[in-house]
Design a protein around this ligand. Structure first.
Ligand SMILES: Nc1ncnc2c1ncn2[C@@H]1O[C@H](COP(=O)(O)OP(=O)(O)OP(=O)(O)O)[C@@H](O)[C@H]1O
Ligand SMILES: [Mg+2]
Length: 331
């Protein structure tokens, strides 16, 4: 069943069209990714779907509720984890959750029950009473996810869940998000500009560039559409004869030459390499090296957008400080 339907969603900031008429659907229990470079419109899309920003045109329904007509129903069905860290360093993990629950008017008895549950879920029970400033990056992100889960949402929006984390912690986070999806059937919409993250986590991925979806499919289908693997052959001499020989083979989809090497596009490249080598031997083609390149999601992204995704880290902000000072009197 579809839990999110987006149709022609558009956001303009003055003359800038940040999100340009995007449409897609997400099924219950899916992990759906929006992958795109800085400024592509990922966060703006998430903000519209979570009712933080009003669309200029188009609409969407989330958990069956229209984001424009029923924003309160949408909000009570979802959890959001923002791109910019918004935890309070001077509070403990437990206090951060408590503070958030009060802000969101979770009743006291419900708070008392739910907070320990969430701490257990994000595996922070033994760190619950430690100040967040002494948490690691991964622990902070888990606490933020826990905070987004306080009211038991069916749908979780994660804006750049692993930004700024080291590769090991990032991988840990992926496993964690996967588990959440599997065990609690939580539908997850995430944005990322890490290709491997989309490849590893997402059932389906939408490539977003300049506010538009330029491709949408499962990572493997996107890669298959690239047409096959590239077998690169380094030649000891000229490539002219090799080109003639390889041109006769129907299973070679395309051939391109560069200086002393020749690239063949084939399906299941690893299985074709022995055949290619034997053919070269019979025809006395001097091969000095053979390498295989399987298309990655990065190649697919380059294919659709003509550019790579730059990896830039986001900046941390501490927006809660003022609220916290008012709440605890601590500074
Ligand atoms: N409140 C705003 N006012 C004006 N322009 C904005 C506003 N918010 C975003 N933009 C612009 O809209 C475009 C899309 O921004 P958005 O934050 O959605 O990108 P993003 O894909 O999330 O990028 P990143 O990977 O850096 O987080 C950018 O050009 C940005 O400068
Ligand atoms: Mg963003």
């Amino acid at each position: 069943m579809e839990t999110i339907k987006v149709s022609n969603l558009t956001k303009e900031f003055g003359a800038l069209t940040a999100v340009d008429g995007i449409s897609f659907k997400v099924s219950e229990g899916e992990i759906f990714g929006l992958l795109g470079p800085n400024g592509a419109g990922k966060t703006t899309t998430i903000k519209m779907l979570t009712t933080i920003l009003r669309p200029t045109r188009g609409t969407a329904s989330v958990a069956g509720y229209d984001i424009i007509k029923s924003p309160n129903d949408v909000r009570s069905s979802i959890g959001i984890i923002f791109q910019d860290p918004s935890l309070d360093d001077e509070l403990t993990g437990r206090e951060n959750l408590e503070f958030h629950a009060i802000l969101y008017r979770v009743p006291k008895d419900r708070r008392a029950k739910r907070i320990p549950e969430v701490l257990k879920l994000v595996e922070l029970e033994d760190k619950a009473d430690v100040l967040v400033k002494n948490y690691s990056g991964g622990m902070r992100r888990r606490l933020e996810i826990g905070r987004g889960l306080l009211h038991d949402p069916k749908i979780l929006f994660l804006d750049e869940p692993t930004i700024g984390l080291d590769p090991q912690t990032r991988r840990h986070m992926w496993e964690y998000i996967e588990r959440l999806n599997r065990q609690h059937k939580t539908t997850i919409i995430l944005t990322t500009h890490y290709i491997e993250e989309a490849d590893y986590l997402c059932g389906r991925v939408a490539f977003i560039d300049h506010g538009r979806i330029v491709a949408l499919d499962t990572p493997s289908a996107l890669k298959e559409k690239q047409g096959g693997d590239i077998v690169s052959i380094q030649m000891g001499g000229t490539t002219a004869k090799a080109e003639k020989v390889f041109k006769r083979k129907k299973w070679i989809k395309s051939i391109s030459k560069h200086d002393n090497s020749i690239d063949l596009t084939v399906e299941s490249g690893e299985k074709r390499i022995p055949e290619i080598v034997m053919l070269a031997e019979r025809q006395k083609l001097p091969i000095s090296a053979v390498s295989l390149h399987k298309p990655s999601l990065e190649d697919v992204f380059i294919h659709y957008t003509g550019k790579t995704i730059r990896e830039e880290e986001g900046s941390a902000t501490d927006r809660m400080r003022i609220h916290r000072a008012a709440w605890t009197g601590r500074r």
